[in-house]
Design a protein around this ligand. Structure first.
Ligand SMILES: Cc1cc2nc3c(=O)[nH]c(=O)nc-3n(C[C@H](O)[C@H](O)[C@H](O)COP(=O)(O)O)c2cc1C
Length: 177
């Protein structure tokens, strides 16, 4: 799929889904594509989401303190591309798709497989991203069937081929605690 960088190919072997994360703050709504979402706790149910703080969505996510994760399904590459390669700085992305507000108030795409309503619990800097730890406060299936889309099916849609180093070696981070 046109991926040259061996480190990118290695990271593509980590099984990740593809999600649209909806945010809401002070009457404003936006959404962006994310692949860096994982379950981290059972009691209480919690998710982690890694967000680039340069995203227009980031201040809305932190300000509103909530977000909703819509799980994309097989065949929704176009949605992943649209929400991941366009920014609220230039357009109203949610004006182009059917969506609803979750019980917590964050945008959920009608066409997804399922969604999770999340409340921000903590945030932690992680290299060029910020890891958001969130409690899952709600969620449901949106469709009867549908296989979740996988990140490795998108080739280099997110441009990380160029952003990742092309080899792994000495740590760029100082060790903590
Ligand atoms: C396949 C794919 C996966 C992405 N994963 C993430 C991610 O996990 N975290 C993130 O912050 N941005 C991710 N992005 C980038 C954002 O979706 C992108 O920067 C988006 O334009 C931000 O929109 P906004 O400026 O409206 O918030 C991803 C993009 C694509 C195409």
């Amino acid at each position: 799929m046109g991926v040259q960088n061996p480190v990118k190919r290695l990271f593509m072997s980590l099984t990740q889904g593809v999600y649209v994360v909806g945010v809401a703050d002070d009457g404003l709504h936006n959404a962006f594509t994310a692949s860096s979402v994982m379950q981290v706790s059972l009691q209480p149910p919690m998710l982690a989401l890694a967000v680039n703080p340069a995203n227009a969505s980031y201040p809305m996510l932190v300000g509103g303190g909530i977000f909703a994760v819509t799980v994309l399904r097989d065949g929704q590459q176009d949605l992943a591309d649209y929400f991941g390669n366009h920014s609220a700085r230039n357009e109203n992305k949610l004006g182009t798709v059917a969506w609803r507000a979750s019980p917590a108030g964050a945008p959920v795409l009608d066409e997804g497989v399922s969604y999770f309503d999340c409340r921000v619990f903590a945030k932690h800097p992680a290299g060029d991203h910020v890891v958001i730890l969130a409690e899952v406060t709600g969620g449901d299936f949106l469709q009867q069937r549908g296989r979740p889309l996988r990140y490795d099916e998108l080739g280099d849609m997110d441009g990380s081929d160029e952003l990742l180093p092309d080899r792994l070696g000495a740590s760029a981070l100082s060790r903590r605690g």
